[in-house]
Design a protein around this ligand. Structure first.
Ligand code: CMP
Length: 139
């Protein structure tokens, strides 16, 4: 059993597809172990994406991530890090496979609807960034 962090980004919330994204997780055997809606401050967004701080898109990305509410979730299941990444599709929606969340809904490499942890170490950091142990239910 594995856990990963999923974020429905401000563009996904704005497009009213929270339910659609969750439906894709649940209908693929993924359990929601924690969930909340929040709006990040610039400092919080910079901390979350600290690994990208030298990238040219860092300032724009952290502005975008603070532009509206987001939904953060802990997903649980077998091989859920890879499963979630497959459901999301490639970062760049133009390269995403048919039927993926980003292929269906993203409009921009930055405004790409969802985020998902890319490895067990990043999942542990990212889950801990938003949730404490009491807020996560074993499913
Ligand atoms: P995410 O999976 O959340 O990880 C980092 C984010 O940075 C990515 O999704 C995009 O939102 C954004 N991003 C990645 N690459 C680029 C890029 N080349 N230009 C702009 N934004 C990017």
């Amino acid at each position: 059993m594995e856990r990963t962090l999923s974020i429905i980004k401000p563009d996904g919330v704005q497009k009213n597809i929270i339910g659609e994204v969750i439906k894709r997780f649940e209908s693929n055997g993924i359990k929601i172990a924690a969930m909340k809606m929040i709006q990040l401050t610039k400092t919080q967004a910079q901390g979350f994406y600290a690994v990208h701080k030298e990238r040219p898109f860092f300032d724009s990305l952290t502005d975008f991530m603070t532009s509206g509410p987001i939904v953060v979730m802990v997903l649980e299941g077998d091989d859920v890090i890879a499963k979630n990444r497959k459901l999301m599709g490639a970062t760049n929606f133009k390269e995403a496979e048919e039927g993926t969340i980003r292929k269906d809904y993203a409009t921009d490499i930055e405004k790409n609807v969802v985020h998902g942890s890319d490895a067990p170490e990043t999942a542990a950091f990212e889950i801990g960034y938003f949730f404490n142990d009491l807020e996560i239910q074993a499913r």
